[in-house]
Design a protein around this ligand. Structure first.
Ligand SMILES: Cc1n[nH]c(N)c1-c1cccs1
Length: 326
């Protein structure tokens, strides 16, 4: 296994391009390892997904690969980029950007609860990422603190949403597998509910409400330790509690965003677009910080310098020996 530095189980191309090292995360779908791109020594993350955990049929696997190809084209500063993709008979290997700040889950846990202005900065970036996914016909379906990564150990940092592919792919494969079998014994709702209504965009708005609640309050809105109802019943009833000691210093506007997202009826739930227009987020200081993090000026400048020099003027380029040449 990889811990004994035995990389022989890895796809040859992956092994030749990257050196995989220690595990930096584990999840239902497998593990994440820190890796170095051999040619540049740049650090990346490699997510290893063990296929047999999902018994995905040939059909679903084909969908999975197609899905990942589509998602490789998705491009937003708050969506983690899939840089490379390999697979063997029993595993997927997805090369992703490395986020040095790790999971939002651990940040909130270590700080008990986030300062409101930090929660606002992160929430705005999550909203922007999910708005972009929805505009590309992708519903995340699995937004949770483990799937929000931080770019650095600083409070003011870029965040990126991850795992927006697996859940959609898993969803396809579960449904596909069901439809691959004989339909004779399947209940009507398998064909009507699952395939026609599917998930609405509003499911992501609910999850963002839960995420914001956790960032501001430092604990989840629905939990088995609250009262006598099951978590499922608490969710179905939309019953959450803002414990005074935790929420006393949170502004009414922030609480209003949470309350308008954690609405049981999806048709009455605040949309992503409406959340972006909410008074709590009309905060110029936060917006400037967010846009500076999402669209850093340096990147544009680099792009400009790669362009042809304006017509007429000699294009000055530095050679390796420092001389200028036309
Ligand atoms: C993906 C990825 N890129 N950068 C980090 N830290 C990850 C992790 C995901 C889950 C655990 S670590």
């Amino acid at each position: 296994d990889l811990m004994s530095d035995d990389q022989s189980s890895l796809p040859r191309e992956l092994r030749e391009k990257y050196l995989l090292t220690r595990r930096i995360g584990t999840g239902v779908c497998g593990e994440v390892r820190l890796a170095f791109q051999r040619s540049t020594c740049r650090k990346v993350a490699v997510k290893i997904i063990n296929k047999k955990n999902f018994q995905s049929e040939g059909m679903a696997t084909r969908n999975a690969t197609t899905e990942i190809e589509i998602l490789q084209r998705v491009d937003h500063p708050c969506l983690i980029k899939t840089e490379d993709f390999y697979q063997t008979d029993d595993s997927y290997y997805i090369v992703l950007e490395l986020m040095e700040g790790g999971e939002l889950f651990h940040r909130v846990k270590s700080q008990q609860q986030l300062q409101e202005n930090v929660a606002k900065l992160y929430f705005y970036q999550m909203l922007s990422a999910v708005q972009y996914l929805h505009s590309n016909g992708i519903i995340h379906r699995d937004l949770k603190p483990e799937n929000i990564l931080l770019s650095s150990q600083e409070d003011v940092c870029l965040i990126k949403v991850t795992d927006f592919n697996q859940s959609r792919i898993l969803e396809e494969s579960v449904l596909m597998r069901t439809l691959c079998g004989t339909p004779s014994y399947l209940a009507p709702e398998v064909f009507t509910q699952a395939s026609t209504t599917g998930y609405s965009l509003a499911v992501d708005a609910w999850s963002l409400g839960v995420l914001l609640f956790v960032c501001l309050g430092g604990y989840p809105p629905f939990h088995e330790s609250f009262g006598d109802k099951s978590v499922t019943d608490q969710i179905i009833l939309g019953e959450f509690t803002m414990v005074p000691s935790k929420w006393r210093h949170v502004s009414d506007q922030a609480k209003d965003v949470v309350r308008r997202l954690l609405v049981v009826d999806p048709s009455k739930r605040m949309s992503i677009e409406a959340a972006l227009q909410h008074a709590w987020l009309q905060d110029q200081g936060m917006l400037e910080t967010a846009h500076r993090l999402m669209y850093p000026p340096g990147e544009d400048a680099a792009a400009v310098s790669m362009q042809e020099a304006p017509s007429g003027g000699p294009s000055k380029r530095k050679r390796g020996d420092g001389d200028e040449e036309d």
